[in-house]
Design a protein around this ligand. Structure first.
Ligand code: AMP
Length: 446
């Protein structure tokens, strides 16, 4: 029988370092500076094979450290054979693109890596200038990259060495299939390809066959698993008291950082206004905000000047927000897979976290589907009904204000659009403002 000492030695042996996985010294130092003490599971699996030059299909849960798993081998190869337009990373969303770029820059700062983000919603001209500088790594959403490949003089990816498709399932679900096909046609066949996806869908399998050569599969979780250190709860409440219960929970868990998911842009905005009226530092993030505002929101939340981020599913995947303590599903997700992605915002990289899902009389079936998907029954989050009821009056007042502000914001937007369209609009600001009281509530889509 092995002694305790021997057992400890065996355990220690199984904990690998970045160096043992084949990462070169300068990049090991970069990991160390980022506070990455040991590689995560996906990094342990993917790094040695990727560093040997194999293609990879990575099935990894959100927050698993997958960006490091593909960025390190690319940076190491770049060190060995420096070249412009060396790697292309395709991602489904703009936010994710910026986060990936941040990780590349953080890991590669000491080797002087240059990255450019090419996403929609940002000036094409500025991006063309950035491309003219010939960066080493491009992180892009497929649509905008195609725009540049077709219209930006002198830009091509004919010398590309590495292609990464991150969150491939999501890229394909967002109907970027044609764009991805087009991109595959204009990059060299002789390249390395890493495909990462949370789920292995039929479309992803098809893409794998089309784009990867004899890939090694690296999977760190079974299909729809949520991370181990996540405490998941639900609360079952009447729909009309949702706001009061939300305020109660935010008070109960004060001191934490929260990410609250709503199903529409409108409700995200409304709930943010409601919470602000009640003195919370809440900030919205949704698809109806322009790119600068979205990044601004995200940065304020990251810098911890705001403790509550309200978001639609646009923001539910891929966001790198390391300090989310609690995820609240204020509106239950209609697609149960989104549940996994939403709660994946907390309990990241070995930390613990909580999620609380609001279930009203209308949501029972959806909730049962979620429980079925994750394969377990969730406990109820303890609440004191009398305390919640004591909040209803203040909440009702804040709701009234929020509705008013929302209407005013809608009108203001409409007004600035009208002003942009007709410079000499005779109606004037007051005339428009007078319409506010009778104005229709604008419907926003997620
Ligand atoms: P990702 O899944 O790539 O979005 O990474 C999630 C978070 O984990 C990011 O904040 C990374 O900075 C962090 N991370 C990645 N690798 C490690 C590691 N080996 N140790 C600690 N944190 C890590």
């Amino acid at each position: 029988m092995a002694t305790d000492m021997e057992r400890e030695e065996v355990l220690e042996e199984t904990v690998k370092t970045f160096k043992e996985l084949g990462v070169t010294d300068v990049l090991c130092e970069a990991c160390d500076q980022l506070g990455w003490k040991t590689p995560t599971k996906i990094q342990v699996e993917a790094l040695p094979v990727a560093l040997q030059g194999r293609d990879i299909i990575g099935l990894a849960e959100t927050g698993s450290g997958k960006t490091g798993a593909f960025a390190l081998p690319i940076l190491q190869a770049l060190l060995e054979a420096p070249q412009r337009f060396f790697a292309l990373v395709l991602t489904p969303t703009r936010e994710l693109a910026f986060q990936i770029s941040e990780q590349f820059e953080a890991l590669g700062s000491s080797i002087g890596v240059q990255c450019t983000v090419i996403v929609g919603g940002i000036d094409m001209m500025a991006q063309s200038l950035a491309l003219a500088k010939k960066p080493h790594v491009i992180i892009a959403t497929p649509g905008r990259l195609i725009d540049h490949l077709e219209n930006t003089k002198g830009f091509n990816l004919r010398a590309l060495k590495y292609l990464v498709m991150d969150e491939a399932d999501r890229i394909l679900n967002m109907d970027f299939e044609t764009e991805v096909d087009k991109i595959l046609k204009v990059i060299p066949r002789d390249r390395k390809t890493f495909l990462f996806s949370a789920t292995m869908t039929k479309k992803v399998q098809k893409l794998q066959r089309a784009a990867l050569k004899n890939p090694v599969k690296c999977a760190v979780s079974s299909k729809y698993q949520t991370v181990e250190k996540l405490q998941q709860y639900y609360i079952f409440i009447p729909s009309k008291f949702k706001d009061s219960y939300l305020v109660y929970i935010l008070n109960e868990l004060a001191g934490n950082s929260f990410m609250i998911f709503c199903s529409t842009c409108n409700n995200t905005q409304r709930t943010a206004l409601l919470l602000r009226n009640l003195g919370f530092t809440a900030i919205p993030l949704h698809g109806q905000m322009n790119q600068n505002k979205r990044l601004g929101s995200l940065n304020k939340f990251k810098a911890k000047t705001r403790s509550i981020l309200l978001a639609t599913d646009v923001a539910s995947r891929g966001l790198d927000i390391p300090h989310v303590d609690v995820v609240i599903n204020f509106d239950i997700p209609t697609h149960s897979k989104d549940y996994i992605h939403r709660v994946g915002r907390t309990a990241r990289a070995g930390r613990s976290g909580k999620s609380i899902t609001f279930v009203t009389q209308y949501d029972v079936e959806l909730f049962q589907r979620i429980e079925h998907l994750i394969g377990k029954k969730l406990p109820a989050f303890p609440t004191q009904e009398e305390e919640v009821m004591m909040l209803t009056e203040r909440v009702a007042e804040a709701q009234r204000f929020a509705r008013m502000e929302l209407r005013q914001q809608g009108e203001k937007k409409k007004r600035s659009r009208e002003e942009a369209n007709e410079d000499d609009d005779a109606e004037g600001a007051m005339g428009v403002r007078n319409k506010v009281a009778g104005g229709k509530k604008k419907k926003w889509k997620a």
